[in-house]
Design a protein around this ligand. Sequence first.
Ligand SMILES: O=C(O)CCC(=O)C(=O)O
Ligand SMILES: [Fe+2]
Length: 234
Amino acid sequence: MLLAAQRFERVNWAAVEWDIRQKGYSIIPRWLTKAECYTLRDLWSSSDCFCPTVEMDRHHFGIGQYRYFHYPLPEFLQQFRHEMYPYVANIANHLWSTSRNPSPYPPTLEQFLEACHAAGQNQAGVMMLHYPTHGYNLWHQDRHGSLLFPLQTILVLSESGTEFEGGKLLVQEEYPQKPAERHIIGGNIGDVVVLCTASRPRYGHGPRSGEFYHGVAKVTSGERYSLSCLFHDE
Ligand SMILES: O=C(O)CCC(=O)C(=O)O
Ligand SMILES: [Fe+2]
């Protein structure tokens, strides 16, 4: 399973950037074919590409399991992460630049990961998640080290309505002295969701940025798989 660069070129990245500015996330619908989702899901039962399973309830993260991939990543995911990076880095450089640092993120993933590894962050930031019926994922941010890339992607690998009910991806933004703002993203098989990892830059009046969290509502029937692709290593 290989990925053609044209698939990234066809995405309307200006619209993705606009969405992220406005609400902190953007959905690229049906970017993966169902067959690709099934192939990725099949990796779950192959033990040789994953680190040990984490039971989410043991850590009070929710109900379900996740498995970090170890390096080398499966070819498709390696390609996905590397080819997606320049586009999200471009958006991140527009949104998170400062006058002191107008281009905070390097143009290639290799360069960004080199910095992560130099900071001792060596665990590939890519994992697969599985939620059984009644599974869910509590509000969280995927930030475990000092170096963090401000956007992350979630690949939805199961079909809403036929394979699972409920299980909607949610985001929440918190500002001091303001009720939290919540959005239901949802997401269906093949969708790639690009979202803020920890904060969304704000312009104009009020606090400059709020804390950005995501989570997954309870799967009320069936089971749901997803894949989390961070651009930092942990
Ligand atoms: O299952 C999901 O849709 C979200 C999982 C998650 O927390 C992530 O991808 O970082
Ligand atoms: Fe997450």
